[in-house]
Ligand binder design. Structure first.
Ligand code: LP5
Ligand code: MN
Length: 247
């Protein structure tokens, strides 16, 4: 199963879409050529550009991704998936079909001897009040139930309308508003018992930051998006390595 030391891989923000077929192909290659050496693949949200419900499992891109994840599971690598702000409607039917485990946001776990706090990252962007209000709305189970009751074409149309409005609003937001706030990071790390490591995506600002939370050190690793190229974090007992992936 594992080549080299036992390790886990982290990815997020692939935003897989029919409009970027080369990225879908890159991801499928990653699943077949890189991920099998890992014990666990963590996908920290926004794997898909949109997920409008588990009744779309048979759409071509979705079916390919599901088959790739399932192959990975058969080869002995466990996949664990956390929702992002684009694919929070991924549900149990997807998880069963792809053989992945759904992870709550946040999740705290021990990773090769170091406690690690895993998040998508959107909840850390607390200065983005318009987004947080939108998030509270679409995470309401009743809102989701009504949305999922619509026919697929009507759901697509609604997503198109939301996208248009959200994109327009984004243009007017100062970039700093769309990053995490130090207070939110401190709160999350504190609530996780001062986890020394935090890994998240969402902001598309890949970096390693050092925080001191009430005197406790925490390294915060921000994952990269896959809009133009691939990238992942490799975590083992020795630490975290960022790896560019071009296939
Ligand atoms: O993802 P990214 O990086 O582009 O931007 C995010 C925030 N934007 C969003 C919106 C999504 O991109 C689009 C919605 C996905 C829908 C998934 C399908 C299911 C819908 C199910 C409903 C139950 O998340 C963006 C942040 C940015 O991250 C950085 O953190 O700033 O936030 C916004 O742009 C949100 C806007 O500020 C507020 C949007 C109001 C939209 C109101 C639409 C009402 C019209 C409804 C018509 C039917
Ligand atoms: Mn996101």
């Amino acid at each position: 199963m594992s080549a080299g030391s036992p390790h886990a891989l982290f990815i997020s923000d692939l935003h897989l879409s029919e409009t970027r077929p080369h990225i879908s192909q890159l991801f499928l290659r990653f699943l077949d050529e890189v991920a099998p050496a890992a014990q666990t693949l963590f996908i920290l949200g926004d794997l898909f550009e949109f997920w409008i419900g588990d009744d779309t499992l048979d759409e071509p891109l979705n079916a390919e991704v599901i088959a790739g994840l399932k192959r990975l599971a058969k080869r002995g690598t466990r996949s664990r998936f956390m929702h992002g702000n684009r694919d929070f409607l991924v549900g149990p039917a997807f998880a069963a079909a792809a053989d992945v485990e759904l992870l709550p946001d946040p999740t705290l776990l021990d990773l090769y001897g170091t406690p690690a706090l895993l998040m998508h990252g959107d909840t850390l962007c607390t200065d983005d009040k318009a987004y947080q209000a939108f998030r509270a709305h679409v995470r309401n189970p009743e809102v989701q139930r009504q949305f999922l009751a619509l026919p697929v074409p009507a759901r697509r149309q609604q997503v198109g309308q939301v996208r248009a409005q959200a994109d327009q609003q984004k243009q007017d937001k100062p970039p700093a508003i769309m990053d995490v706030t130090p207070v939110a990071v401190d709160d999350a790390v504190r609530a996780a018992g001062y986890a020394p490591r935090l890994i998240h995506g969402h902001t598309h600002r890949p970096a390693r930051h050092e925080h001191a939370v009430d005197g406790h050190r925490c390294e915060r690793w921000v994952l990269a998006d896959w809009y133009e190229r691939g990238e992942y974090l490799r975590v083992d007992a020795a630490g975290v390595t960022r790896v560019a992936y071009a296939g």
